[in-house]
Design a protein around this ligand. Structure first.
Ligand SMILES: *Cc1c(COP(=O)(O)O)cnc(C)c1O
Length: 485
């Protein structure tokens, strides 16, 4: 094709491709419509169930993408009816199951601005500002837990990827090679989050030995039991490698004795990893200071802003005390990136995680901290702790309920024990099902030591005393219904 013809052809296509750049008026209409959607969503909390078993209408999805443009209004209706109306509503104050967070509003604006400017947050050379913001946020978290200035970290999509990053760093720091793996031993409790088991497998450590350390009556790892296991394993010629403790397990909210475990880890030369995906941000609270003693002894830590800082899903963080080890295990040099080596004042996120091009997560985390101020977060976290204590005490004083230990943080374990000799597990499974189907609050159940328990997990910033009162009322109501039917 001759050049003029090629030019004409390109230009004739551009009239269509330019449609990807809407006019200012269209942009403003779309944004207003999305804002309207958000307001209607917030206004509808009271009318919507926290959970519904309905799954939507799959037949509505047949033409969900078409060759021609479809209107925004219709699209928002689709989101409302086919996505946001089904299953669990994690934004609701009544979400008291699993581990909530909520989704603070400024994060949505942070995501919006990040997407508009599309800053390249993977490499310092490309966006010094974006990378600096993320590094300052990581430093802030590192300081909260008492890591020295040598620490580095990465804002990941969530706790699971953050955990994987930590486990890979541990593996490389201990220079585990294929032949070493069958003799390597990982220590954790039965309460460890499955994200750890998953990370071990993905990191090629499936053949390492996983030794479960017994817990005490509060589900906390027993340091003496760990020491006994270590002695035994060394005698057997094994290679103790990694200790995983939790600051807040998902199931029971227990905090392991971080200091004692850290001292053992140091003495034994273990990599000490702490899973604070759920509980890490309670470090901001002044009510549970004692649980955080010794957290700085860890080599790596996972902490989830999309839980304890109430961000919408999509942000976890990993911190490594010796940042150089994180870098050595994740750094890679590609020829086509050689220009980027000129800027070295800051770590580049791409050198500290499996990701290269990545979502600029810093803005969604920074905007809420900036616009609300830290104090609001501290008060909110204190409130969650007190709400859990209130719920625990209330049930302890209610007939028929058996409660787990006084909550270390904001998870309460409990169950109802009917007097008439009914199967307790079956009763509680029925109870949680009825509560979920009732849609007033959402609780989840778990099995601990072979027994079924219900869990209350308070971590939505929207959950206040009236929510917990409603939960207690609903519990008693559903128990009464089950007992009389
Ligand atoms: C939620 C959670 C994880 C996993 O984190 P994601 O952000 O869901 O990937 C790991 N550990 C604990 C204790 C958690 O609560």
């Amino acid at each position: 094709m001759k050049l003029p013809d090629l030019r004409e052809k390109i230009n004739s296509i551009a009239q269509y491709s330019r449609k990807l750049e809407p006019e200012a008026e269209t942009r403003q209409q779309w944004l207003a419509a999305a804002g309207g959607y958000a307001e209607a969503f917030f206004a509808g909390f009271e009318k919507r169930p926290v959970f519904t078993g309905s799954k939507g209408k799959p037949e509505q999805w047949n033409d969900f993408i078409q060759d021609h443009p479809l209107p925004m209004a219709e699209t928002l209706d689709f989101i409302r009816n086919e996505i946001d109306a089904h299953g669990l509503d994690p934004a609701s104050e009544g979400h008291l199951g699993y581990i909530p967070g909520g989704g603070v509003y400024p994060s949505a604006i942070g995501d919006f601005i990040a997407a508009i400017a599309n800053r390249y947050a993977g490499i310092y050379f490309a966006s010094p500002g974006a990378v600096r913001l993320e590094n300052r946020l990581l430093e802030w978290m590192a300081q909260l837990i008492g890591y020295p200035a040598t620490a580095a970290g990465s804002l990941a999509s969530g706790g699971s990827i953050a955990t994987l990053t930590a486990i890979v760093t541990a593996r490389e720091a201990h220079q585990l090679r294929c032949a070493d793996i069958p003799k390597a031993v990982v220590y954790c409790t039965a309460q460890v989050h499955h994200a750890v088991n998953k990370a071990l497998r993905i990191a090629g450590l499936a053949e390492a030995k996983l030794h479960e350390v017994p817990v005490d009556e509060r589900f906390r790892m027993q340091p003496e039991a760990l020491q006994l296991l270590l002695n035994k394993d060394r005698k057997a010629g094994l290679r103790p490698f990694l200790l995983v403790a939790s600051v807040g397990t998902t199931d029971t909210g227990a905090v392991d004795p971080l200091k004692e475990l850290g001292e053992i880890a140091q003495k034994e030369g273990l990599w000490y990893h702490i899973d604070g995906a759920y509980g890490g941000f309670f470090v901001l609270s002044d009510l549970v200071k004692e649980h955080f003693e010794g957290i700085e002894l860890s080599d790596s830590l996972v902490i989830d802003p999309h839980k304890g800082l109430f961000l919408p899903y999509g942000t976890g963080a990993v911190l490594v005390k010796n940042g150089a080890l994180l870098q050595q295990s994740h750094f890679y040099q590609a020829n086509y990136m050689q220009d980027t080596l000129r800027a070295t004042e800051e770590w580049s996120p791409a050198d500290l995680s499996p990701e290269l091009s990545k979502h600029f997560r810093g803005l969604r985390m920074w905007l809420p901290l900036r616009l609300f101020g830290l104090n609001s977060f501290k008060h909110a976290l204190n409130e969650k702790i007190l709400l859990a204590r209130y719920f625990h005490q209330f049930l302890k004083e209610s007939t028929g309920f058996e409660v787990g230990p006084e909550p270390d943080l904001s998870v309460v374990l409990f169950r109802y024990c009917p007097e008439d000799g009914q199967d307790i597990d079956a009763f509680n499974l029925q109870l949680v099902k009825k509560i979920q189907e009732g849609g007033k609050v959402f609780l989840s159940s778990t099995t601990v030591d072979g027994k079924v328990y219900l869990r209350l997990a308070v971590l939505s910033f929207r959950t206040h005393l009236e929510t917990i009162d409603r939960c207690l009322e609903e519990l008693h109501h559903q128990v009464d219904l089950l007992l009389t039917h």
